[in-house]
Ligand binder design. Sequence first.
Ligand code: UN1
Length: 507
Amino acid sequence: LHLAPEPSQPLPVALFGAQRANSMGVDLSVTSQRQPLLDALPTTPVPVVTETDPAALPAAFERCATAARVWREVPVGERAQALRRSADALEAELPRFCALLVQEAFKTWGDAVAEVREAVDFLRYYAVEAERVMAPIELPGPTGESNTLLLTARGVWVCISPWNFPLAIFAGQVAAALATGNGVLAKPAEQTPAVAQAMVDLLHRHGVPSDVLQLHHGAGETVGAALVAQPGVAGVVFTGSTQVAKIIQRALAAKDGPIVPLIAETGGINAMLVDSTALPEQVADAVVQSAFRSAGQRCSALRLLCVHEVIADGVIEMIRGAARELVVGDPAQLATDVGPVIDREAFDNIERHVARLAREAHDLLPPQALPAEPAHLVPPRMFEVKAVADMTQEIFGPVLHVLRWRGEPEAVIDQINALGYGLTLGIQTRIDSRAQALATRAHVGNVYVNRNIIGAVVGVQPFGGEGLSGTGPKAGGPHYLLRFCAEQTVTVNTTAAGGNATLLAGL
Ligand code: UN1
């Protein structure tokens, strides 16, 4: 088995003009090709970034707020055009951005291509969406009045993004705020500043004013906290851990002034429920992709496989066989399926968790031998656990927990719900009515039936969770931009002398 790129998903032609995945013509099945990817790419210096001094933020905020007052008056179509030009440029610069993702975030070539494509999709999708949602809506009213519902920008947003999708999630957050006419103070993850810097430089080159979109580098505890604390922040959008989302929420609640909205997309303890009718080969493929691809460093990744005891042995054997074929190593090599985890801290966390499981749980996939370089490689692992409730912590790595179940699948779903997270869920069954019923019963944002549970496609599979997994709205979906806007209803007495009906003509 060799991991394929994301399954090819045709997108609405009106939105993107072309099919998405695989459109770059990258053939990842070429396993004999061992030439380092970076040799084949233009040599690109990684941008050097400087940390922001929190003392400089009040002035930076003022510049942003002033510039944002102009930006919100720019017609939405022109803002959308700036995003479309940026999307075209990003597409044209795919090799450079892939190189940055491989160098800085240790993405495999396949993951890097998919991520650049996702960022392009976010830019184009929010351009289209902004034009759609920001069009004034005329509402039927009583005779003698006109009623118009308008959406306007809220002001300056703070965007705090993670290292695991340092381009796609960063670009998605920023594009949503900009398309709707807001200013942005963005803080990328400390581990991945250069990719964000390159993206911001690109947006500036293609029509987004530099005061409207500012990048501020530094730690969450210092620069991130200082950004959130600026008086006048209109909203915060954050992707990362549940714990940090709550810190931000408390900080916002403690501020003087208006209630500030928080859009948070956080963690998950994602499960896949496999019943006795499921197709084992399909399950094994979906599990290997969902649990081990991207070294398990996706919030959508599979953590808990709940497999019916009747087919469990066969399924486990297939997963074990497939996992052993994965090439774990240097992400710059085209043949690599699984690169290193992001840093020493992530590596140590996974090691600690695996050491505990090795003592307490049945080891279903002993570690394969790994190359000495690069640092922080983690072999795919699989352990048998005894209860859903044993899953108390999201482990951000290629570690799969397996539970054998019998009885009613509804009971398993209830136990998964009781964990309190609610991001992704897989269901593998050949009984359609069961898939429907279990999907409805599950408190999760994204349900995937008879396929892998990662790689939500922008505009097609709106992504985001419930409960401990986030606040919504779903990124890449038709409701996302609404949260970045203020709503205003304008009611005009059209019978008044002077013909007030013309007042709204210019809107
Ligand atoms: C994340 O991992 O932080 O569906 C969220 C997916 C991605 C997940 C991004 N969109 O796999």
